[in-house]
Ligand binder design. Structure first.
Ligand SMILES: Cc1cc2nc3c(=O)[nH]c(=O)nc-3n(C[C@H](O)[C@H](O)[C@H](O)COP(=O)(O)OP(=O)(O)OC[C@H]3O[C@@H](n4cnc5c(N)ncnc54)[C@H](O)[C@@H]3O)c2cc1C
Length: 435
């Protein structure tokens, strides 16, 4: 079979572009082609980080990812966050660190990142072919035949970097997994992750759209706590978003899709227990004057949220159960003075403030998910080279693998690191391990 190119990289997103650059730098004479099904390259990079591209994080550890830690460690050891910073600097894209530890281009523009990557590919003589959606990859004795939208191509090595299913309009729709399955790889069930959540429309979130505050979110599956995290929650017209919600979403959707009873509950006073908050309210009740309950809560919460929570307490089953024993009807709680707050109402309110169950009905789905949970298991890859353990000469990298990171630049770090390892190894193997 006559070989057209040395290395074909399928998918010119973050991982594919990185792999191309590192392969070409390792072996400047090798012929590399990047094939992408999309009309233009890098649309996901452009929308990332709110258009600013959160390239990596100050500190990246295996604990920031959902995948076997020893395998993630192998990958990160080879190309870590500091290496990413140096690499972007060398591409003419200095990064700046924000208070959260996230790193962005100094320009604050994702386009700077994309232009630098494409510019480097061009300078290294890599062919970038858009509108070349790959339909099949067939191993042959000395390489691979790649069947794409306008014909076919042969290559000695293939690096698959086709992403997951998040934001399918960007070109990453998961089709390439059918190719890898034909090649003998398995696929762990996939779920949209880092995705906003939809709440039952009878809940009180509508009027809170735009309000954001710190919370602790707890995910319980069959009554058992499987995740607890603290961060900023953003109320939206349709439900909840913000970093803490996005990070929690994978746990909720996985349990939900597997038919397990799952709840997500909210503590609006992170770090404080039921007793702490009850004591705080109780002390305030004793020295309150004419201050309302809502005004008191609004000292620590956005006023709209304080009011909605008080109003909600009036409508909970707890209220139905205890209303007959209270002097004040619960329905009045959002207008009540602190001095009028009786014990049953105070405890119902405390319960709502520290363990409010959110009526999640679904996620916003793949069109709004930042990443894919699930994919090709890392156990099927040699994480020192990113080579397939099934097919010699095939490499798999980036989001198509079963490894998703939390919010904060970790998913791009995974793309850069796996791209680095596969690119260099594929280029090296052309001379050291001919097929
Ligand atoms: C809105 C949004 C914001 C995000 N923000 C951040 C952020 O700030 N920081 C961060 O770390 N992560 C962020 N992410 C996640 C991050 O963008 C991805 O994890 C990362 O881009 C994955 O890189 P990849 O190269 O593996 O896949 P992709 O970027 O998805 O690239 C895959 C490429 O393969 C092509 N392709 C797919 N199938 C085929 C085929 N059959 N033939 C040919 N080409 C094909 C696609 O067209 C695409 O160009 C964000 C994601 C989204 C959706």
């Amino acid at each position: 079979m006559p070989i057209d190119v040395d290395i074909a990289i399928v998918g010119a997103g973050a991982a594919g572009l990185a792999a191309g650059i590192f392969a070409a730098e390792k072996h400047p004479n090798c012929q590399i082609v990047l094939l992408d099904g999309a009309k233009t390259i890098g649309s996901k990079i452009l929308v990332s980080g709110g258009g600013r591209c959160n390239v990596t994080h100050e500190r990246v550890t295996p604990a920031d990812f959902y995948a076997p830690r020893r395998l993630v460690k192998r990958v990160l050891q080879r190309f870590d966050a500091q290496a990413t910073v140096r690499w972007f600097e060398s591409l003419g894209v200095p990064l700046k660190q924000e208070a959260t530890g996230k790193l962005f281009p100094l320009s604050n523009k994702a386009r700077t990142v994309l232009q630098a990557l494409i510019g480097r590919c061009e300078a290294l003589g890599i062919s970038l072919l858009t509108k070349h959606r790959v339909q099949d990859i067939v191993p042959a004795q000395t390489g691979f035949q790649i069947v794409h939208a306008t014909g076919h191509l042969t290559a000695q090595r293939v690096i698959l970097a086709t992403g997951g299913q998040s934001l399918p309009k960007s070109g990453s729709d998961g089709h390439a997994w059918t190719i890898t399955q034909r090649l003998g790889h398995t696929l762990t069930a996939t779920y949209p992750a880092l995705v906003p959540l939809l709440l039952d429309e009878t809940f009180f979130h509508h009027n809170l759209s735009g309000a954001s505050h710190e919370v602790t979110l707890t995910t319980r599956v069959v009554g058992k706590t499987i995740d607890r995290r603290t961060g900023s929650l953003l109320w939206t017209h349709k439900g909840v978003s913000g970093p803490v919600v996005l990070d929690s979403s994978r746990f909720w959707i996985m349990a939900h899709e597997q038919g397990q009873p799952v709840t997500l509950s909210l503590n609006v006073f992170p770090g404080q227990t039921f007793d702490d908050v009850d004591r705080w309210l109780s002390q305030a009740t004793n020295q309150a004057g004419r201050k309302t309950v809502v005004a008191h809560l609004a000292e620590r919460l956005p006023a709209r949220v304080a009011k909605a929570l008080c109003h909600h307490v009036s409508r909970t089953p707890e209220e139905q159960r205890t209303a007959s024993s209270t002097e004040e009807p619960m329905a009045m709680l959002d207008a009540l003075l602190l001095s009028q707050l009786r014990r049953p109402q105070r405890r119902a309110l405390t319960h709502t403030l520290t363990d409010l169950c959110l009526p999640v009905i679904n996620t916003h789905g793949w069109n709004h998910a930042e990443v894919t949970a699930g994919g090709i298991p890392l156990e099927e890859i040699n994480c020192y080279s990113m080579a397939s353990r099934n097919i010699p000469g095939l490499y798999l990298i980036g989001e198509m693998l079963d490894c998703d990171g939390r919010i904060g630049g970790f998913n791009f770090q995974w793309a850069w690191s796996t791209g680095y390892i596969a690119g260099r190894h594929a280029a090296d193997s052309l001379t050291t391990h001919p097929l």
